[in-house]
Design a protein around this ligand. Structure first.
Ligand SMILES: *[C@@H]1O[C@H](CO)[C@@H](O)[C@H](O)[C@H]1NC(C)=O
Length: 295
C-alpha cells in the first residue's frame, strides 16, 4: 500500500474535521502504534499480518493528519527493545520495513510534490546495512522539503537518545569546542536525534497500555498525553478526533508550562552555534556516507 494517498473522508467525517479545525490543532503529534500483535492474535492471523495492517493504518492516519492540517507526525516504528523479540519476528519486521522504505523511495515524485520531509530518528548503526542505506537515501532526498514532516523512530529508545546526546556534548567539551557551562538543557535538546523538530504537543498511544515505553521522554515533558483503548490496526479517525478534542480542552493549561519551558532556554553564544552547525554537518556527512556505501 502507498504511503501517500488521497483523502477518503465521508461527508460527516469531513464536517467534523472542519469543526475541529476551527479550533487549535496541534502542530506536531507523536504516536505509539501499539497492538498489532494482539490484533493478529484476536483475529487469528499471523503476527506479520498484524504488523502489515498496522502499516496500512499508519498511511491512513498520516492522511487524516494532513486533512486536519497537522504538519508534523512522529511514530514509534521499532524500539531498540524490539530487537529482543524472536529472531523470526525481528527478521519479518526488517523485511517489512525494507519493503516500505523501497515503496517510499519509489513514490519520490509524490513525496516531492507534497513537500514531505522524512527523518528517521534512532541509532542507525543497529540496523542492517540495506535498510540503513534506504533510510539515508530517503532522508537525503527529502531533507529540504518543508511542508510536512514525518519522523520515524526506528532502533530508537529515549534513554539511548539522551545518552548519545550527553556523549556528543562531553566530546565537545573534551576537544575544547565547548565549555562546561555551555552544557545546558538547550544544548542537550540540540544534541538529540529530534534536534530539528519542535516538541510534540500531543502524544497518542493505542492498545490501552498506559506507559511511555522509553519514547520521546525528554520531548513530551509538557505535552498532552492521550491513551486510546483500541488496538492500533483498529484506530479510526474518531479516536484521533477525540484525542484532539482532549488536547483542545487542556491547551489553556499547557500554554503557561510551555512558555516557562521556552524561557528557560537562554540565547546562544557563538561557540554553541558553531558546535550545532558542525554537529548538523557531521550528521549529514554520515548519511552521505551510508548512501554511498555498497549495500
Ligand atoms: C549506537 O549503538 C552502538 C552500539 O550499541 C554504539 O556503539 C554507538 O555509540 C551508538 N551510536 C550513537 C550515535 O549513539
Amino acid at each position: 500500500m502507498s504511503w501517500i494517498r488521497a483523502s477518503t473522508l465521508n461527508w460527516i467525517q469531513f464536517l467534523c474535521v472542519k469543526i475541529i479545525k476551527s479550533g487549535r490543532v496541534p502542530k506536531h503529534i507523536a504516536f505509539i502504534m501499539d497492538g498489532n500483535r494482539r490484533y493478529a492474535q484476536k483475529n487469528n492471523v499471523r503476527k506479520f499480518e498484524g504488523h502489515s495492517q498496522g502499516f496500512d493504518k499508519l498511511a491512513e492516519t498520516l492522511q487524516w493528519c494532513l486533512d486536519l492540517g497537522i504538519p508534523e507526525v512522529t511514530v514509534y516504528a521499532f524500539s531498540i527493545e524490539n530487537f529482543k523479540r524472536s529472531q523470526e519476528e525481528v527478521d519479518a519486521l526488517m523485511e517489512l520495513s525494507q519493503q516500505k522504505f523501497e515503496r517510499l523511495l519509489s513514490e519520490k515524485d509524490k513525496l516531492m510534490e507534497h513537500g514531505v520531509c522524512i527523518r528517521v530518528i534512532g541509532n542507525l548503526s543497529l540496523l542492517p546495512q540495506n535498510i540503513r542505506k534506504l533510510i539515508a537515501q530517503a532522508m537525503i532526498l527529502t531533507k529540504d522539503n518543508k511542508k510536512t514532516f514525518l519522523n520515524v523512530a526506528f532502533a530508537y529508545t529515549a534513554r539511548e537518545e539522551m545518552a548519545q546526546a550527553v556523549r556528543t556534548a562531553v566530546s565537545g567539551v573534551e576537544r575544547d569546542a565547548l565549555q562546561l557551562s555551555d552544557v545546558t538543557q538547550q544544548l542537550l535538546s540540540n544534541c538529540l536525534y529530534t534536534s530539528t523538530s519542535p516538541d510534540p504537543e500531543l502524544l497518542i498511544r493505542t492498545s490501552g497500555e498506559v506507559r511511555l515505553s522509553d519514547y520521546l521522554l525528554w520531548q513530551v515533558s509538557c505535552s498532552c498525553i492521550y491513551f486510546a483503548d483500541v488496538l492500533w490496526p483498529e484506530f479510526s479517525i474518531w479516536h484521533l478526533l477525540a484525542a484532539i478534542i482532549k488536547y483542545q480542552r487542556s491547551y489553556a493549561q499547557l500554554v503557561p508550562v510551555q512558555q516557562a519551558d521556552e524561557m528557560a532556554n537562554g540565547c546562544l553564544n557563538e561557540r554553541i552555534s558553531l558546535f550545532h552547525t558542525c554537529l548538523a554537518a557531521s550528521r549529514l556527512a554520515s548519511l552521505e556516507e551510508l548512501n554511498h556505501a555498497v549495500a
